[in-house]
Each structure stands twice: as structure tokens, then as C-alpha cells.
Write a protein of this length. Structure first.
Length: 274
């Protein structure tokens, strides 16, 4: 694997150890349902699968197990730091059918008819032109009858129960505004079905699943995301320094006593075929 180059992107989240920890938290919540969606969409042993935005490799390893030794996984990401984790994790688990590949996903021109299956989760929402990415997957990367499955959220539909409801609504609004200023859409999940249909994907299927992050799990994830986003939220005038300080104070308080706080986060799993 070659990961010697750094690739610029509009990805708002960090790719350091804390960023990797956040991905592990998400994986602990999403893994079972994502596995069901992969099988339902048609991922099977022997397939050549490409993962867009592989992060720290948790799903690349799951994909590897599903396709088996006769199949192959190409894991692509914009972070060479994350790709190093993918390589280490694959070696640690004895998975030798995973190839890690650094690419700027906004500009990546994939090879022709290489993939039986393309998968991505929480990635199109971070790209400036997700429709163009989907177009290249449809018209170039996927083989005839190939399958694409993406899971994307909609921040407008994310909400919390428990303390500090108004503060969490304001944080959500500031993040959506940050996305707009970066030229990306954090509400893409609700639009993904129509986007794939417009690009002539066939048999487009959508399943909306609501995930719950509660107590310490939610607080740990939100605390990491707050640290990742705070500087840029202020810099791009999506939140004030006073609001950031207030949110950090809330995070500190909740870390000591998470209580019954719950975040409801939707995931739109959308699949289609060539």
C-alpha cells in the first residue's frame, strides 16, 4: 500500500486518534444494521467491492469477511493517516484481500468496470459534488449489473431528548450552516434516493433506520465532534466563541453525569444497480 501523499479535502472531521475513536463509536452502533443492508443489497462472496471513505478500516474488514478470500476489497480515502490504520488493522486480522488507496474523492476518476459492488457510509455528505461522484461510480466503476449502497444521514432530522434541548438544536443548526459554507450538504441522506434515480440507477431502494446514541456513548461522540468542529465553526461565523464555550461547559458537565440524554440520528440506506 502507498500512502505517502496527503490529499486535501472538505472533510470537516479529524483523522487523528480521537477522530478514529469517534468512528469506532459509530461503528459500534451501526455495524449490525449495516451488515444487514449489505447482504440485502446483494453483497456476496467472491465479489470485488470498493469502499468510498473507508476511515479507519472497520467496515473494510467487515467487507473482507463477507466477500471472502475469492473476493477483494479496495478501500479508498482522502486521509493517508486513516489508510495507515486500515493497513495495520488488516494485517493484524490476517486479511490479505484489502488494498488501501489514497484518493481525493471529489476529483477521483475511477477505472472502468472494476467493481461488482460499491459501498460508502457518511461520506457523500462531505463531498462538494456527490452527484458527480455517483455518476462516475455508475458510468465507470461498476460492472454491468453492479450494485451501489450508500448510507447517509440528514442533520435536519437529528434531535436529542433530555437536557439542553435548545443548545443542541443550535449546535445542529451551526453544523448545517458550516456545511453550506464548505459547499457540502449534511442533509444529503433525505435526497439520496432521488439523486440516484436521476442518474439512472435501477431498482433504487431506500430504507430509513433511526439509530440511538444514549448516555456516555452520545456524550463521548459529541465531545469529540465538538473539539473537531469548534475552531472552524467560529472561523466561518457559524457559531460565536461564547456559544462554543457554553457547549464545552455542557460537554464537561454531561461527561460527569450523562444521565438519560439520547440522540436520535437517522440513516438513509439507499441502493441501486447499473
Amino acid at each position: 500500500m502507498t500512502t505517502s501523499r496527503n490529499i486535501s479535502s472538505n472533510y470537516a472531521l479529524t483523522t487523528n486518534e480521537e477522530g478514529s475513536k469517534a468512528l469506532d463509536i459509530q461503528q459500534s452502533i451501526l455495524s449490525d444494521e449495516t451488515y444487514k443492508q449489505l447482504i440485502k443489497a446483494g453483497l456476496a462472496p467472491g465479489m470485488n467491492v470498493w469502499e468510498y471513505g473507508c476511515g479507519n478500516g472497520a467496515m473494510a474488514c467487515e467487507l473482507s469477511h463477507i466477500v471472502g478470500y475469492r473476493g477483494a476489497v479496495t478501500a479508498i480515502d482522502q486521509s493517508t493517516e486513516q489508510l495507515d490504520r486500515v493497513s495495520s488493522l488488516a494485517t493484524e486480522r490476517g486479511l490479505y484481500n484489502i488494498t488501501a488507496r489514497p484518493e481525493n474523492l471529489d476529483t477521483f476518476m475511477p477505472p472502468v468496470h472494476q467493481a461488482d459492488f460499491v459501498f460508502g457510509r457518511y461520506i457523500l455528505m462531505h463531498l462538494q459534488n456527490p452527484k458527480n461522484v455517483l455518476k462516475n461510480i455508475y458510468s465507470r466503476l461498476l460492472k454491468p449489473n453492479g450494485i451501489a449502497l450508500f448510507g447517509e444521514t440528514c442533520w435536519d432530522e437529528t434531535y436529542t431528548e433530555g437536557k439542553y434541548l435548545d443548545e443542541f438544536v443550535r449546535f445542529r443548526q451551526s453544523v448545517i450552516q458550516l456545511g453550506h459554507k464548505k459547499g457540502v450538504d449534511y442533509n444529503l441522506g433525505a435526497k439520496l434516493t432521488s439523486a440516484m434515480a436521476e442518474l439512472n440507477f435501477k431498482s433504487v431502494q431506500e430504507e430509513k433506520v433511526n439509530f440511538l446514541y444514549s448516555g456516555k456513548t452520545f456524550v463521548d461522540l459529541w465531545s469529540i465532534r465538538l473539539k473537531e468542529l469548534s475552531s472552524e465553526l467560529v472561523e466561518k461565523k457559524c457559531a460565536s466563541k461564547k456559544e462554543i464555550e457554553q457547549w464545552f461547559s455542557i460537554a464537561d458537565e454531561l461527561a460527569k453525569n450523562p444521565g438519560n440524554i439520547v440522540m436520535h440520528a437517522p440513516m438513509y440506506y439507499v441502493s441501486g444497480t447499473v
